[in-house]
Design a protein around this ligand. Structure first.
Ligand SMILES: C[S@@+](CC[C@H](N)C(=O)[O-])C[C@H]1O[C@@H](n2cnc3c(N)ncnc32)[C@H](O)[C@@H]1O
Length: 338
């Protein structure tokens, strides 16, 4: 295991210090993590908010205890990985950061450093991360092909799986390597309405995963008991089994535990996307009409309504918000001939 030049990791961590770091991780904290002073870091484009950046740095800097790997799924250009890596460096305890992503530039528009659609982003991300922390392993993969055989995981940061199937796939692959009382699962976009699958799945695992942190849209869950494995987990989290009543209950129980009003308010309508997608359209439309939408939220939802495929999936919901016209019969209306 290599260390940052001039910063050899300390060989061992005294039991007391390890316990103190794990205790810091287990403490309940919500907010902007303003107490965290970030070191100077390269300016990398990224999708995570400043509070989320500070949280990730704090997580490795203040709570990494040398008990397993730090794993990220969803690296993009390396902003989140940079904060995890800098925290490992500054903790001085070694530790390997594994990053999984497609590492392909998918946008039609040109990206930084001349990236064009289809470009391999891995060399660029590697060049960003290695000067900060040398013990970084980058793997280009699709989530469905991802394999984890590198042992225990202390910190698992998920920022690629937003939909149900890839989220369960990640839990299934990494779950057996999470250590009760030690490991933390950080779920990016937990409070983002379109990532509603995360809260529903995590809600079903509430007796094993305890919500301890919220920073922006990111939620950290301490592993209290082993997760069910393999088929058992897949069956427990079967997408078709999330009926309206239970889903609403899980949603409300998380909302009740989120302290920041802004985060609660923006998360709340996410359940309507789930209900609508399940076919509970009347209920979804009725609920969303009763919800408070700030101008900022309305603008964001209008942006989704303008996406062709998203609008096709949730048209009635967007119509209930007055963002698109309600569907009308195509004209001229033709009767089917017998
Ligand atoms: C929201 S971005 C990550 C942002 C990044 N963490 C940051 O701090 O800026 C999501 C990333 O997940 C990756 N991703 C999404 N779905 C994936 C999949 N099925 N398999 C592999 N990577 C995936 C994308 O390539 C993208 O880089």
């Amino acid at each position: 295991m290599a260390a940052q030049d001039g910063q050899e990791p300390r060989e061992t961590l005294a039991a007391g210090e390890r316990a103190a770091r794990l205790a810091a991780r287990a403490e309940r904290r919500q907010g902007g993590f303003e107490h965290v002073a970030l070191p100077p870091l390269p300016d990398v484009p990224g999708m995570i908010a400043p509070a989320e950046q500070r949280y990730l740095y704090w997580l490795t800097r203040a709570t990494f205890a040398g008990q397993g790997a730090v794993v990220e799924v969803g690296t993009w250009l390396g902003k989140s990985a940079l904060h995890l890596a800098a925290g490992l460096r500054d903790a001085g305890l070694g530790g390997t950061l594994y990053c999984f992503d497609r590492f392909r530039w998918r946008e039609p528009a040109e990206g930084p450093h001349g990236l064009v659609q289809g470009s391999d982003t891995l060399p660029l991300v590697r060049a960003t991360l290695l000067p900060v922390h040398r013990d970084v392993v980058l793997t280009a993969t699709e989530i469905k092909d991802l394999r984890w055989q590198q042992g225990p995981i202390e910190i698992l940061f998920l920022d690629a799986p937003k939909a149900h199937r890839p989220f369960v796939r990640c839990l299934r692959e990494f779950g057996p390597s999470l250590l009760p009382g030690v490991s933390l699962l950080a779920s990016q976009d937990f409070a983002y309405p379109r990532a509603y699958a995360q809260a529903l799945c995590l809600g079903r695992l509430v007796d094993r995963l305890e919500l301890v942190h919220v920073a922006g849209n990111l939620a950290g869950f301490l592993v209290r008991k082993p997760l069910p494995q393999g088929r058992e987990l897949a069956e427990l989290l079967d997408e078709r089994s999330f009926a309206a009543e239970e889903s609403l209950r899980l949603w409300d129980s998380f909302l009740a535990r989120i302290e920041e009003q802004k985060t609660r308010r923006q998360m709340r309508p996410g359940i309507c996307l789930h209900l609508y997608a399940r076919g509970e359209r009347r209920l979804a439309c009725r609920l969303i009409r009763e919800m408070e939408f700030t101008p900022h939220m309305r603008k964001r939802w209008a942006g989704w309504a303008a996406e062709r495929e998203t609008c096709r999936l949730y048209r009635g919901l967007f119509a209930a918000l007055g963002l698109v016209p309600a569907r009308r019969f195509p004209w001229p209306f033709r009767r089917e001939r017998r």
